[in-house]
Design a protein around this ligand. Structure first.
Ligand code: PEP
Length: 244
């Protein structure tokens, strides 16, 4: 089995000093062998972390990129700009971007193309709302998101993040995760054939030090995308320690 991956999404958190302290605490406790680890700070701390992580095995990720390589897009950051900073991964289509910035599957797909072209690994997020889960039509949503957000020849990672589990402290149950992972795998194979079997699927949504072992033991879970708990060194290191 390939190594699992733990991705920390700091979201819009971290000024210079607190970022420096957090990354130092993380590096001090990082196991010598273990899962792949990627930290995604806000854009403003990427350069700082690029320096701190330079000679370590911890990867650097961004939380978004624009679909164009350059141009008149005030306030946006392109994939080649991230690459130049030493970024290796980029989270795309996070539900907070879909909800707060109106990002559609089509835009996410274009961003995934741009990221790959610049040499970045896209981590594309999909996930259903609480209503969609309760109505039982969440598989439609996930199916459309997979179909619409992943470009032909997709060579990245998918993160299944039920929206109702993000930042709520209410992670999906093991049964829900297992069932949804099986569904997502079927969709990936339907869309990409044999190549769809190799696409890693992470789980995200209230992963913490207490539930990490159980979640990361579920077959098909290739790792975790961690929000809140990635801001606390102890919690994040426990999650890293729970992964294989
Ligand atoms: C996320 O925002 O990607 C996430 C999973 O957040 P949390 O771990 O806080 O639920």
């Amino acid at each position: 089995m390939s190594r699992q991956m733990i991705v920390g999404n700091w979201k819009m958190n971290g000024l210079r000093e607190s970022s420096r302290e957090l990354v130092a605490a993380l590096l001090a406790g990082m196991p010598k062998t273990g899962p792949d680890v990627v930290i995604c700070p806000p854009f403003t701390q990427l350069a700082l972390l690029a320096d701190s992580l330079a000679s370590t095995s911890v990867g650097l990720g961004a939380q978004d990129c624009h679909q164009d390589p350059s141009g008149a897009h005030t306030g946006d950051i392109s994939a080649p700009m991230l690459k130049e900073l030493g970024v290796s991964h980029v989270i795309l289509g996070h539900s907070e971007r879909r909800q707060e910035h109106g990002e559609l599957d089509e835009t996410v797909r274009e961003k995934a193309v741009a990221a790959a072209k610049a040499g970045l690994t896209p981590i594309v997020c999909v996930g259903e709302t609480n209503d969609q889960r309760e109505n039982g039509d969440y598989t439609d949503t996930l199916g459309w998101q997979i179909k619409g957000s992943l470009p032909d020849g997709f060579c990245g990672i998918v993160a299944y993040e039920p929206i109702w589990a993000i930042g709520t402290g209410l992670a999906a149950t093991e049964a829900q995760i297992a069932e949804t992972m099986t569904f997502l795998r079927q969709e990936l194979v339907r869309q990409f054939g044999e190549a769809g079997k190799a696409i890693k699927i992470l789980y995200g949504g209230s992963v913490n030090a207490d539930n990490a072992v159980a979640i990361l033991s579920i077959p098909e879970v290739a790792g975790a995308l961690v929000g809140g708990a990635s801001l606390k060194a102890d919690a994040f290191l426990s999650i890293v320690g729970a992964a294989s």
